[in-house]
Design a protein around this ligand. Sequence first.
Ligand SMILES: Nc1ncnc2c1ncn2[C@@H]1O[C@H](COP(=O)(O)OP(=O)(O)OP(=O)(O)O)[C@@H](O)[C@H]1O
Ligand SMILES: [Mg+2]
Length: 496
Amino acid sequence: MTMSLETKLVVSSIALLAVVSAVIATATTLLFNDFLTDRLDLQVSSAARRSTSTAVQPPPEAREVSFLLFPGQAVDTFGARVRDGVVRRAAVLTGVGTVRQVQAPPELARVTGRPVTVSLGPLGDYRMVGVRAPDGDLLVTGLPVLGVQTTLTRLVVVEAAVTLAGVAVVAVAATLLVRRAVRPLGRLAATAARVSELPLATGEAVRLARVPEVDTDPRTEIGQVGGALNRMLGHVETAFAVRHESETRLRRFIADASHELRTPLASIVGYAELTRRGGEPHGPQTTHALGRIRSEAGRMTTLVEDLLLLARLDAGRPLERAELDLSPIVVNAVSDAYAAAPGHRWLVSLPDQPVLVVGDADRLHQVVTNLLANARTHTPPGTTVTTTVLPEAIVRVADDGPGIPAHVLPHVFGRFARGDGSRSRLAGGSGLGLAIVSAVAAAHDGRVEVASVPGNTVFTLSLPSRDQVPPGEGGPPDAHEHGGDQRERDRGGITG
Ligand SMILES: Nc1ncnc2c1ncn2[C@@H]1O[C@H](COP(=O)(O)OP(=O)(O)OP(=O)(O)O)[C@@H](O)[C@H]1O
Ligand SMILES: [Mg+2]
């Protein structure tokens, strides 16, 4: 059974008190019983002595119990004369100083000098002593046990009442004390709970809550826990700060390195171009080499730009935040894709109204371009690529190509995740395209999802929607085919 610490402590103290009280009460009652019985026996013995001294007064009628009337005998004193083993007469002393005959049990004959308890039926139990009178008769004297019993009963009642009252007082007092004692534990738990709710996985440096000063006194057990908790929180905080610091340094290094690489790369491209166009005749080998230099330098430029962009997004560099319509961005990107791969079928579906979002036009253009570039480079010619813009600020790029390889799919948005294992591929990307898509979407508080099976690959980019502007301004149709007959939307501002 699970009990709170508070309940456990209170219940234990009550149980302890009850047990101790019971032991004390039992011992007291037993001792008191012995004491009262001893006293009664003394009284019986002295009453018996009086009986015998009276009994010597002559001439005692054989059947008489006049010895009961001896001054000093208490009311209810019992007396009996036994001769030759037969009870001759038995009586008790009444309140008015006379004797009243009573029925006596035959075992009276066996009463001796040692006090014994004998039942007198309706009169109750009596302690009795027998004394041999000078005339040879056995004089039995007794006193009622009732007084002793009444006293003991009253004692037990008082003990029970006192115990109950004590238990009640202890229950209240223990509850208050224990509640006060465990209150710091609650504060420790609250601190731990507050820390556990912090988003620690973001890698940001965080300021963690601490246990209040009063709960860190090392002289108390709870204080030791509180102090240890605070030290641990301090270590965790330092660790986070160090990690954040090193991450920041690494990001800055990547950003700086990428930035520095741009200029020499631009020079390489420029000089290669210059040499190629310089008019001097080259052998076929030199021409080939110059072409390779140019294309590899181009690839490297893209890679460096991607790295720089990712490093800046990682660093939380603020994006441009302008209100813009998604449709023209998509139309431009699809037009570019069509220009790059006329062998694919490029379809566009746009809503009638502008789809307004707040964001960075260049970055969003790059996102759509990356998605379309994938649909172009990772599918064979003839593949149909459908780009849909939904009014809820969703852009969907679907193709019926071979699909993303199953082993790539789970981490397709990861950095340098590529379908074909070889990195020495002549043409082809570095595996940063979708990482950028994901990072830009996140920077816009949006997200990107993928579902891919052979014949159907769908990327869905969801952005936080801006309030829809009232319709009326929008152009007509829904599906535009950038293929054989390439229609354009006036609003789209298409080039190409
Ligand atoms: N539409 C698609 N159809 C099939 N495979 C895809 C598609 N889109 C992405 N992939 C797979 O996902 C991998 C990762 O794509 P990502 O855009 O991140 O890198 P990349 O295209 O290889 O290189 P980069 O985009 O940097 O030039 C690709 O290498 C490819 O295997
Ligand atoms: Mg790509």
